[in-house]
Design a protein around this ligand. Structure first.
Ligand code: C2O
Ligand code: CU
Ligand code: CU
Length: 559
């Protein structure tokens, strides 16, 4: 009885009982160790919920990166299934991107690394294995990435993480009778969860606060506002800060999108409160979660109504409080339609009951088919047309784009800035312009897709390679030879090509039974491969050559 009482006061949702909003832990620096696991989290009284987590039991740490740093990721998967880890919004080589091609088998370490060239912004990371994305995101595998740079650092805006600069990840879920998530049959949750917290509240200082909001839903869209309808200010979205704050009272967000807003609490009394709320009642059809009804497949207790997201309590101001709104932020130079030399048109097709699922141009995603070959450095105009039965969330990897037009009534004021994801409404045509700089790689594609997880899993996804058309290739006839030492090795294994001009495209370490234990895209051979974590035994080092894509195989012994 005692236990039950204690549990009840922790979790009771009635009459203003709130739980303190969880603030994700942080990792900063240039080396990020991410341990992805199947785990449990206590969301409700009674049974724990089966979840997935990174270094914790639901959702993962916030990764702080600095523009100009080279970051090294150690993604160690302890999951029972294969996975991938994608760095949503990041400009990086396709082979590091963590799309459906970069499969991390159970027990394997994947070690991508890249130079951070994105400007200060809020990105996120999540699994992206074809047909498994919905399940793995639903279980809570993902996290924020916050990029800082010197320009953002000089602006008078809040940036104390967990105090006046707070990330909010929106993930509604439905629980079954044993408290597990209902996954795969219904993309809309009945229970709002923010940062892994049910019915959350947080005390913010009496000053301007910054909320970094991520819609990490499987399908639900949000129409955000505050319970007193106060004006708030958009300062950044997917790709970073805007030129100047944009005043808003409502802000729509589809799955995958991020928005940074400033909210002025400096005129609020200490102890007073307000709510960040989803004003989702009466939204147009095609807006995820506007469907009527409360049950599967597309109903939910939260559908087509307004509901609270976060109870905000006003506390004392901090010593370095921001109390004025900056009139300008950074100066972005956006691409214009006139810059584009290539135009592409994508049509949303299918999705009718009994027919093929939603897809682009009547073609479902298949790994072996490259939809587009983009020239390195090309500026392109992409037009995505949806004359179809439902709305979508369009996302593209590799780049940030500038939205140019929306046929269904023009761009919203919050759609300025660099974007990588947007709401594609019913009867809508959206055009954006982007440039495909850096990272040409003819054998490894980037993705574009609908970010509604069940849609992408069902094939509403395509891929493109970026190729350097001026490059001269001189393919080798046979795979290059390597010297591996020391052999046996304990901690660091070095592999040097006999021909020093040879470059490695990819390396894997496989056990003799074929199991992959490490994956190293574009391995940094001079640094040595850290094999300290693998079990003693005999292994193969498989190195794919950059020029010929032929594979050299060398065996070594781990002591
Ligand atoms: Cu957030 Cu292709 O994904
Ligand atoms: Cu992405
Ligand atoms: Cu879709």
């Amino acid at each position: 009885m005692l236990t039950l009482t204690v549990v009840m006061c922790f979790f009771s949702l009635s009459h203003g009982q709130y739980n303190t909003l969880r603030i994700p832990d942080t990792i900063a620096g240039t080396v990020f160790n991410l341990n992805v696991r199947d785990t449990f989290h206590q969301f409700l009284p009674g049974n724990q919920t089966i979840t997935g987590g990174i270094n914790t039991d639901f959702w993962g740490p916030t990764l702080f990166m600095r523009k100009g740093d080279t970051v090294h990721m150690n993604v160690h998967s302890y999951l029972n299934d294969s996975t991938t880890m994608h760095w949503h919004g990041m400009h990086l080589p396709a082979v590091m991107d963590g799309g459906p091609h970069q499969i991390i088998p159970p027990g394997t370490v994947w070690q991508p690394y890249w130079l951070v060239t994105n400007q200060a912004s809020t990105l996120w990371y999540h699994p992206h294995l074809h047909m498994t994305t919905e399940e793995q995101i639903a279980k809570g595998i993902g996290g924020f990435i916050i990029i800082r740079d010197s320009e953002e650092a000089t602006l008078p805006i809040p940036r104390t993480y967990g105090v006046d600069d707070v990330p909010l990840v929106l993930t509604s879920r439905r629980f079954d009778a044993s408290n597990d998530f209902v996954i795969g049959t219904d993309p809309y949750g009945d229970t709002m969860i923010v940062n892994g917290t049910l019915h959350p509240q947080f005390t913010f200082p009496k000053q301007f606060i910054r909320l970094r909001i991520l819609n990490a839903e499987l399908e639900r869209d949000y129409n955000l506002g505050f319970s007193d309808n106060r004006t708030f200010y958009l300062i950044g979205n997917d790709g970073g800060l805007l030129n100047a704050p944009v005043a808003l009272t409502r802000l729509k967000m589809v799955p995958g999108e991020r928005n940074e807003i400033l909210v002025n609490l400096s005129g609020d009394a200490i102890g007073s409160s307000l709510d960040l709320r989803a004003y989702n009642a009466g939204m147009e059809f095609g807006f995820g979660g506007s469907e009527p009804g409360t049950t599967a497949p597309f109903g939910s207790l939260l559908n087509n109504r307004n509901f609270d997201i976060l109870h905000i309590v006003v506390g004392a101001a901090t010593s370095s409080a921001i109390t004025t709104l900056p009139s300008s932020l950074i100066s972005n130079t956006y691409y214009t339609a006139a810059d584009a030399t290539v135009s592409r048109t994508l049509l949303v097709t299918d999705g009718n009951p009994g027919g093929a699922p939603f897809r682009f141009d009547s073609r479902s995603y298949v790994e072996s088919y490259i939809n587009y070959n983009v020239g390195l450095g090309a500026t392109e105009k992409w037009t995505v047309i949806n004359n179809n039965v439902f709305g979508h969330s369009f996302h593209i990897h590799d780049i940030q784009f500038k939205m140019i037009s929306r046929s269904s009534g023009g761009l919203a004021s919050y759609e300025q800035g660099w974007k990588d994801t947007y709401y594609l409404k019913v009867n809508d045509t959206v055009t954006f312009v982007t440039r495909f700089t850096d990272y040409a790689d003819a054998s490894h594609p980037f993705m574009y897709h609908c970010h509604i997880a069940p849609h992408e899993d069902a094939g509403m996804m395509g891929q493109f390679v970026v190729t350097d058309r001026t490059a001269v290739t001189d393919p080798e006839v046979k795979a290059p030879e390597y010297n591996v030492y020391p052999n046996p090795a304990q901690n660091l294994l070095y592999a040097f090509p006999k021909d020093p001009t040879v470059k490695a495209y990819y390396a894997t370490i496989t056990a003799l039974n074929g199991r992959t234990v490490m994956m190293l895209p574009r391995p940094e051979m001079l640094k040595g491969i850290d094999i300290s974590n693998i079990a003693p035994g005999t292994y193969m080092l498989n190195i794919t050559d950059d020029a010929s894509r032929l594979i050299s195989r060398i065996s070594f012994i781990k002591q």
